[in-house]
Design a protein around this ligand. Structure first.
Ligand code: ADP
Ligand code: MG
Length: 729
């Protein structure tokens, strides 16, 4: 049984870095060659169509069928020139993966000749069978069709020989079955609400778009070892494994020199990314052994989300060419750091201003403070929904560990900005403010340094930290589609900005000066969102207690946290704003419950099988050899002496036997609990049953297996050990 493990290790000894095509020294030459971006549209489309698409990207205005036909013709010409033979609508179903169904550009003419075709009709809309995608009960089998519809704001691209057209995905009855549809709605709501607020400061602002720069963490594992670990293959994480004596204690991996095989892999996926217009910029070793990070230059949110999904896909494929497997699971190994996807987020205007970047003078700084305080207020009012947006089964293993964001949403802004907000609270009055007070206030905020970046103390323990010119939402899981978190965050801020401008307008109507009104509303928000601000150590036990006193949600249960989507606040934020219909929201939560149930179920089955078929037989085998040894001692030595010599062996036999029977008992009980849970109809109740009654067995069984790993003969142990998986490369 241990053969697979040892063969894998031998194979790795002979691995060499995979030779890759010469990396171009000038990235800009290949950047976006496989993307049908604006410059290419200008070349391949009639002027009229080019301008229409450009306008649609800028304003969200739909394009006509006739224009779509022109775009399709130009797109086809470009794609075929670049070697594409097929096309697909590329979308983000609720599975955390992307989906595609390829069709050839092929059609038979009347004269039975084959020609390459592609029309506006095929570009704009398709009808894939939606029956096998999660829909949370929205889609019945008798209306299995779904629609995909072109997202003009994200450009088409070519992967291999397939032209991919980013699309939204909705059911036959019009309900969203993906992340993109609600995300686009949220972003457009934010645009509208933020422009209105910007108008207080600058009449030239006509468009605000949210920006996202994700930092993607991942592990790389040699494929030979991966194949020898059924738990990694089927459940995406190790369900057993004794900790390696050395792992990350010495912090010698973080920012260390990148191993050669890994560099070759990184270069190749980056090369692929550049051709697809993904501006990856940063690469480095992360804290855990064999853990790495990659981050691009930030982009508009919708595009950034597409690029993240696309890059994860590319990384998986390129990893195979390098005999690696890339793991995006949030906690593939117990006892060492897990992986997240920090979402750096801000808002930018058409005039080129980053709204979360302090400006040069009091006026722009008041604008900066306005957005800063409104974001804090939005997070304060919607902390439960933000928690719901990032929680899922794999992320629950990571959050709250002392290396990852805590299981409580709070905001960190640093000492400097805290004092600025305190000053507003202490100085602003609800009465008419005197000119000297106003000057005083403006002077105060005028002093906010233009570059806060270097002045912001970085609190690495905060889940939502201001880092100088953006917020960093660190609780998002490494495997997640950023869309889920971005929908809630952008909707929450949009809604908050709307409320803000209506409150300011009301005060102006009452005769307050604009600045005065803004200050007064900001003061109110600062006071109201006091509880969400936390500057201390988020890992400390005191914070947990304090957060509970403040009424902040502490994530202890996945289904309970997901259920928060359905609270009155959830409906008010996500349904009243039109981002989801009530049915869509419910179905989405059902999809999440189902994912949770299935993930626990799979892990439970895999662990049960491995325990009974891989581990127990090996342990019994080892007992047999110990028994032979004891018998041998009896034959060779006089009775008393043989008894003495055999005593420690007998102890070992007893110990192993104990673990074996415990494993057998626990696996049996776990299966019984699964049976009970499986007959529960209500998805929430079922998820709770899986969480409370099935999931705990995973830990308990593992403990016994990990103890066995330490005592059973290394030569016999069937699964690659942590020290082998994490330190070979
Ligand atoms: P760190 O590890 O120090 O947090 P990184 O350089 O790894 O920083 O990542 C920072 C990320 O933040 C990058 O993707 C960067 O493009 C992004 N970022 C910077 N400014 C903004 C902004 N205004 N909006 C969104 N993302 C931003
Ligand atoms: Mg970061």
């Amino acid at each position: 049984m241990a053969e697979l493990r040892f063969n894998a290790l031998k194979e790795i000894f002979n691995r060499k870095p995979v030779e890759i095509e010469d990396f171009p020294s000038n990235i800009s030459e290949i950047f976006a060659v496989n993307v049908f971006d604006l410059p290419k549209m200008e070349r391949y489309l009639p002027r009229e169509a080019y301008l229409a698409v450009k306008k649609s990207i800028d304003t969200g205005m739909p394009i006509s069928r006739q224009i779509a036909d022109q775009v399709a013709t130009g797109l086809k010409a470009w794609a075929i020139e670049r070697g594409a033979t097929h096309y697909t609508h590329w979308f983000h179903p609720l599975t955390d993966a992307t989906a595609e169904k390829h069709d050839a550009f092929l059609e038979r003419t009347d004269g039975s000749k084959m020609i390459e075709t592609f029309s506006g009709e095929l570009l704009v809309q398709q009808e894939p069978d939606a029956s096998s995608f999660p829909s949370g009960g929205i889609r019945n089998t008798f209306e299995a069709r779904g629609y995909t519809a072109w997202d003009v704001s994200s450009p088409a691209f070519i992967v291999g020989s397939t032209l991919c057209i980013p699309t939204i995905f909705v059911s036959y009855t019009g309900e969203a079955l993906d992340y993109k549809t609600p995300l686009l709605k949220a972003l457009s709501a934010l645009d509208k609400a933020a422009v209105k607020v910007c108008q207080y400061f600058d009449k030239d602002v006509t468009r605000v778009y949210a920006t996202l720069g994700w930092e993607q963490e991942y592990f790389l594992i040699d494929e030979a070892l991966y194949y020898a670990r059924p738990d990694l293959m089927l459940a995406d994480r190790t369900l057993m494994g004794h900790q390696s004596s050395k792992d990350q204690q010495l912090s010698d991996h973080y920012f260390g020199s990148i191993p050669e095989r890994v560099i070759a892999f990184m270069k190749e996926f980056e090369f692929e990314a550049y051709k697809l217009g993904i501006p990856v910029k940063t690469r480095h070793n992360e804290v855990a052994p064999n853990q790495y990070e990659c981050a691009p230059i930030f982009e508009e949110v919708n595009l950034a989300v597409d690029h993240n999904q696309l890059l994860m896909d590319i990384m998986r494929r390129v990893a195979r060419r390098h005999h690696f497997r890339v793991l995006f699971h949030e906690k593939p190994f117990a006892g060492i750091n897990g992986s997240g996807k920090h979402n750096n987020w801000s808002m930018a205007t058409n005039t080129g201003v980053n709204l979360l970047s302090p400006g040069k003078n009091p006026k722009t700084n008041l604008q900066f403070l306005t957005f800063l305080v409104n974001v804090i207020k939005a997070v304060n009012d919607n902390q439960e929904l933000l928690a719901a947006s990032i929680i899922n089964e794999p992320n629950s293993h990571r959050l709250g560990g002392h290396e990852a964001p805590p299981a409580i949403i709070s905001v960190f802004i640093g000492k400097y900005l805290s004092s600025v907000l305190d000053e507003i609270v202490s100085k602003v009055t609800t009465r008419k403010m005197s000119p000297s007070l106003k000057t005083d206030l403006k002077l105060g905020i005028g002093k906010i340094p233009e570059i806060l970046l270097d002045n912001t103390d970085r609190n690495r323990t905060s889940p939502f930290a201001f880092t100088g010119n953006r917020f960093e939402f660190r609780a998002v899981g490494a495997s997640a589609n950023c869309g889920a978190a971005m929908i809630v965050l952008n909707t929450a801020v949009a809604r908050q900005l709307e409320i803000f401008s209506s409150e300011v307008d009301a005060l102006i109507k009452k005769g307050r000066k604009k600045d005065e009104a803004i200050f007064q509303v900001l003061k109110k928000y600062i006071i109201e969102s006091q509880r969400i601000r936390f500057e201390g150590d988020n890992y400390s036990e005191e914070w947990r207690k304090e957060a509970a006193r403040r009424g902040l949600h502490i994530i202890t249960s996945v289904p309970e946290t997901l259920k928060l989507y359905l609270t009155p606040q959830g409906k008010s934020l996500l349904v009243e704003t039109g981002i989801f219909s009530e049915r869509e929201l419910r179905s989405r939560v059902d999809v999440e419950y189902e994912k949770f149930i299935k993930k626990v179920q799979i892990q439970s089955r895999v662990l049960g099988d491995l325990a009974l078929n891989h581990i127990v037989p090996v342990a019994i085998d080892y007992i047999t050899s110990l028994l032979d040894n004891v018998k041998g001692l009896k034959e060779v030595f006089p009775e008393e002496e043989s008894e003495n010599l055999a005593a420690p062996r007998k102890e070992l036999i007893k110990k192993i036997s104990y673990h074996i029977s415990e494993i057998q008992r626990l696996v049996h009980d776990m299966i019984e609990e699964r049976k009970k849970a499986n007959v529960i109809e209500d998805l929430y109740d079922k998820a709770i049953a899986y969480e409370r009654n099935v999931k705990p067995y995973l830990e308990e069984i593992r403990e016994h297996i990990d103890k066995l790993e330490r005592i059973v003969d290394n030569e016999k142990w069937p699964l690659p050990k942590y020290r082998e998986i994490l330190f070979t490369r």
